[in-house]
Design a binder for this molecule. Structure first.
Ligand code: IMP
Ligand code: MG
Length: 171
């Protein structure tokens, strides 16, 4: 069972509106390619893209750290690659949460080799206290404390992704 609600649907809606407005401003007059990291980013991606008022394309990637434990191992595997080239494009990676930072620092380095015009990261949640490598997202919805978070795309053993709010579970 999940513990108390940490971030309500209303808080999520308000913050995603703000992020969308900020991104719209920052990319004014430019086209933008959003890359959603499956599966956790799905609800955030769906909400965020509808709040961005510039030319937007989307693509998805699926990555995995080995094992299905609640701690990330740091080894990143690409399970599903992008459908299209990102060369010369303004790319914004859309992620559910930054924890150790290993996944996104690996992914950023990897995608930079494909020569995008720009590459930034927008994460819905950030757990800065858990960092193992130096990594700062360009956009962040909320900072959270060191709890195992579920809901709004985030899972525990593939469950709870459908919750419309953010909660946590005791491991
Ligand atoms: P990192 O590489 O340690 O930053 O881990 C990032 C990935 O681990 C995220 O994309 C999530 O899939 C997963 N993760 C990290 N913390 C949590 C959490 O609290 N709840 C659910 N998934 C998490
Ligand atoms: Mg993830």
């Amino acid at each position: 069972m999940t513990e108390e609600v940490l971030i309500t649907e209303e808080q999520i809606r308000k913050r995603v509106d703000e992020l969308g407005a900020q991104i719209t401003k920052d990319y004014e007059g430019k086209s933008l390619l959003l890359i959603g990291i499956l599966k956790g980013s799905v609800p955030f991606m769906a909400d965020l893209m509808r709040r961005i008022d510039t030319d937007v394309e989307i693509d998805f990637m699926s990555v995995s750290s080995y094992g299905s434990t609640t701690t990330s191992s740091g080894v990143v595997r690409i399970l599903k690659d992008l459908d299209h080239s990102i060369e010369g494009k303004n790319v914004l990676i859309v992620e559910d949460i930054v924890d150790s930072g290993l996944t996104l620092s690996y992914l950023k380095e990897h995608l930079l080799r494909r020569k995008p015009a720009s590459l930034k990261v927008c994460t819905f949640l950030d757990k800065p206290s858990r960092r193992k490598v130096d990594f700062t997202p360009d956009y962040c919805g909320f900072e959270v404390e060191d709890k195992f978070i579920v809901g709004y795309g985030l899972d525990f053993d593939q469950k709870y992704r459908q919750l419309p709010y953010i909660s946590w579970i005791k491991e």
